[in-house]
Design a protein around this ligand. Structure first.
Ligand code: 0X9
Ligand code: ZN
Length: 312
């Protein structure tokens, strides 16, 4: 059965109107392509449950180059991350003609950006002109009255293995009925499976952390993670954190998760995959910093983004 139509959100509440709604993100991506057709292309990795395109902006000018992926907004209310992905798009397109460092990165890589992995959730979060503190997707859970699965517990690597997610459909970290039960994670995984991504950041808020796999175990090494590989994550994670002032640690040190995107990306494809938890450090302002924070908190990650791209 087709999902019920859900109205597009008109805008963010007052004090937050510098944030981009899904329609505004799409318009900005179209503008980036119109202004830079030689290096930017807009497509999608698939559709959300409610039928929105999962926009994919590809930046580059050739094939066979190392591929780097940036994903944002798996969690609905983490709107600052969408702005992070939009900032990456704008910096690498608008900066191409004037900044030789950016030109060099673009000429030697293919950069993929998915600003809204969970657009149904983020539109719901701002619906009716107020915030709803929504985290999950918007697909009803079969056999339950609950809505939504935590997309970052829905990835098919050690899914549900280790008490790092919930089987309760009402829980914030509900893992779903099966790995990739959500059309959004399925589509993004299919895209990654079909490409050669070497490095990745999945942006979240909040806590100002640089996190690396594995999240399902507190051990730094495991099947699929040698001591040398763990050291590479540690060294690069610390180097990136030194540029943005975040705290670097293995993700399980924060808490155990199973089925997150970073464990799957590394465990399945050996992608150098990090989770950045952006501004702020604490619950005030938590998930809802005013729009005056967009520029300082997104530009803050420029050196870390460049460092990651420079690795591959
Ligand atoms: O719980 C999550 O999915 C992420 N934190 S958030 O507050 N944005 O929801 C963190 C995932 C990183 N993995 C682990 N902590 N194991
Ligand atoms: Zn999150």
């Amino acid at each position: 059965m087709a999902p019920a139509a859900s109205a597009a959100a008109n805008d963010f509440p007052s004090g937050y109107q510098g944030y981009h709604t899904y329609a505004e993100v799409t318009a900005e991506l179209q503008k980036a392509v119109a202004n830079h057709p030689d290096i930017a292309k807009l497509s999608s990795v698939g559709k959300s449950y409610e039928g929105r395109n999962l926009n994919l902006l590809t930046i580059g000018s050739g094939t066979g180059k190392p591929e780097v992926l940036f994903t944002c907004n798996q969690h609905a209310r983490e709107h600052l991350t969408t702005e992070m992905c939009l900032h990456i798009v704008q910096r690498f397109t608008d900066g191409y003609a004037t900044d030789s460092k950016i030109k060099n990165m673009v000429d030697t890589h293919t950069i993929y950006v998915v600003p809204n992995v969970n657009p149904d959730g983020s539109e719901y979060d701002i619906s009716g002109g107020r915030f709803h503190n929504w985290r999950k997707t918007r697909k009803p859970v079969p056999g339950s009255t609950a809505i939504g699965t935590d997309p970052n517990r829905n990835w098919d690597y050690q899914w549900g293995c280790c008490d790092g997610s919930s089987t309760n459909p009402s829980a914030q970290d509900y893992r779903g009925t099966a790995p990739f039960s959500e059309p959004e994670t399925r589509a993004l995984a299919d895209f990654i499976n079909a490409h050669q991504v070497k490095a990745h950041i999945d942006f979240h808020t909040y806590s100002e952390l640089v996190l690396w796999p594995f999240g399902y175990t507190t051990s730094p090494t495991a099947t699929g993670m040698t001591a040398a590989e763990a050291k590479r994550f540690q060294d690069l994670g610390k180097a990136m954190a030194a540029t943005n002032g975040y705290t670097p640690e293995q993700s399980s040190k924060l808490y155990i998760t199973d089925g997150d995107i970073n464990d799957w990306s590394w465990g399945t494809h050996k992608i150098l995959s990090f989770c950045f938890e952006m501004y702020p450090t604490g619950s005030n302002p938590g998930f809802y910093p005013k729009d005056t924070q967009i520029v300082p908190q997104t530009t803050r990650n420029d050196p870390a983004v460049d460092l990651l791209i420079g690795q591959v």
